[in-house]
Design a protein around this ligand. Sequence first.
Ligand SMILES: Nc1nc2c(ncn2[C@@H]2O[C@H](COP(=O)(O)OP(=O)(O)OP(=O)(O)O)[C@@H](O)[C@H]2O)c(=O)[nH]1
Length: 272
Amino acid sequence: MTKRGKFDYILLETTGLADPGPIASIFWLDKELGSDIFLDGIVTVIDSKHGLKQLGVKPQLETSDECGKDSLNEAVRQVALADLIIVNKVDLVNQEQLAELKKEIRGINGAAELMETTRCRVDLHRILDQRAYTGSAQLHRLEKLIEDVEAHRNLQHLDKAVVTVTVDVPRAVSRSGLDLFLQKLLWESDSVSSSGPPLSIIRLKGVVSLCNEERPLLVQAVYDMYDTEPIFADVGDSPNCRFIFIGRGLQKRVLEDLFLECADHEGSSSWR
Ligand SMILES: Nc1nc2c(ncn2[C@@H]2O[C@H](COP(=O)(O)OP(=O)(O)OP(=O)(O)O)[C@@H](O)[C@H]2O)c(=O)[nH]1
């Protein structure tokens, strides 16, 4: 701490069983209240030796209601929501075991940065100031992430519960069209896909060009909460809307179709 009464940075360590989503949401709400605390990013540490098993554990369900679409184990949620994943204890596994774990992690979350460590020895600069939820740097980061996700597409297995899917549409979206898309996706997901497994979003990042506006919008969502923020970035002459979705029951075609169906919507969306 350099100034009295002010924190430079708050590092919050959760229990191994925590779901980072609701905690992340608190800091979004905080921003809305004018606080200068903002969410920098979510870091997940995974044990190389036991990680694969932990990702495969069936969740302990307390009530029959939980057997629905949100029944995911904590390790999967923690990987899905991470902006940075530290694969620790790499000294305890061989190259094949490590590759298998990384493949599983990439299959769930193709958008997070991945680091391999022993005893979690990392350069702090790689953990702090990620600005994963804000800022213009997201535009370039997102472009790179989408390339990476596409490059790893062969790691995506349809039978996996949680996957990463990208959507890249070369057009602009109306402001209310974007709201409608996000609200249908996050709040009315039951009505989105008529066939296939139920859809649910865990994490979403996007940068979209808006119709008749110069500045693109950064879009972020965690579960059913979303936030948009204009960013200073040169998007060139060609409008574009790019998204990375992490969640269950995600099909690229369904997401693209929903986006295009909503993109020209004018007027207020159903919820505002
Ligand atoms: N060989 C090896 N051992 C490690 C490494 N990191 C931690 N350990 C050891 O593993 C043991 C358990 O440490 P962690 O897995 O970090 O356990 P913890 O910090 O209690 O775990 P959490 O409760 O999840 O925070 C300790 O004896 C550590 O010294 C590593 O990279 N390699």
